[in-house]
Design a binder for this molecule. Structure first.
Ligand code: PEP
Length: 252
């Protein structure tokens, strides 16, 4: 039997107080699908209000600083996110790897900082179109994994990996079924090499232009244990059908 699917929304820099109604609507609708884990990663400033609005529903951050505390103006520590009510955080999203020039070692330190306080982690990896076209996608993602996976995953908090080809994010383009399948199998093998049996229990999400129209097809691919969803997670009517598709593939 496959792993329980996780469908996580990444709101990126979207969301004001008014949008808490959308968080509530999503949490209410998602409760109908207990066979799927659902989470929303909202802007840091909304985490506390979102978590208070939907007790028991998983609210996450989108990034975390690797240090416990200190002179890091504008940054958010793992403990701050946890204290605000988050239960998980994204790390290493390609938009941060690119715009903030985050390195693999920095992403690894962020993942370790989050896990150490009990925050679940969705660690993102993914290749550019240039690398994909050059035939180096799997090698590039393996290199990212080698550099950014945390050393220790023995704690309570869960590590998940999101495969997000950069060229598929927000573009409406998605890799073929065999490209997704090849990459997820390679990630699974690397996780097993790295963590032994525990590597089989790490959820591998696909991310990049997931919508209600393609979700069922993507979820049916072996080793796709869920999705990280950007644009289609902002509205209940777009996001919940993706959760429903995950539930249907899980036979629930
Ligand atoms: C993302 O940025 O994590 C993402 C998957 O975005 P989208 O679903 O909009 O492609």
């Amino acid at each position: 039997m496959g792993l329980k699917k996780l469908v996580a929304g990444n709101w990126k820099m979207h969301g004001l107080s008014n949008d808490l109604d959308e968080v509530k609507a999503i949490a209410t609708a998602a409760a109908v699908y207990p066979a799927v884990d659902v989470a929303l990663c909202v802007p840091a400033i909304l985490v506390e209000r979102a978590a208070r609005a939907v007790p028991g529903f998983a609210i996450g951050g989108q990034d975390v600083h690797h240090a416990e505390k200190g002179a890091h103006t504008g940054c958010t520590s793992a403990l701050m996110l946890l204290d605000a009510g988050a239960s998980l955080t994204i790390v290493g999203h390609s938009e941060r790897r690119e715009a903030q020039r985050e390195s693999d070692s920095e992403v690894k330190a962020k993942a370790e900082a989050a896990l150490s306080v009990g925050l679940g982690v969705i660690l993102c990896v993914g290749e550019s179109l240039e690398v994909r076209d050059g035939g180096g996608a799997v090698a590039a993602v393996m290199q990212q994994l080698d550099g950014s996976l945390p050393d220790d995953i023995d704690g309570e908090a869960e590590l998940a990996v999101a495969y997000e080809p950069i060229w598929a994010i927000g573009t409406g383009k998605i890799p073929t079924e065999s490209e997704i399948s090849e990459m997820h199998a390679a990630i699974r093998a690397r996780l097993r090499e790295r963590y032994g049996d525990a590597g089989s229990g790490i959820r591998i999400l696909y991310g990049g232009s997931v919508k209600s129209s393609n979700a069922a097809e993507i979820f049916a691919i072996r080793d796709v244990d869920g999705a990280l969803v950007g644009g289609a997670s902002l509205k209940n009517q777009d996001f919940v059908p993706i959760v429903a598709a995950a539930a249907a593939v899980s036979g629930k």
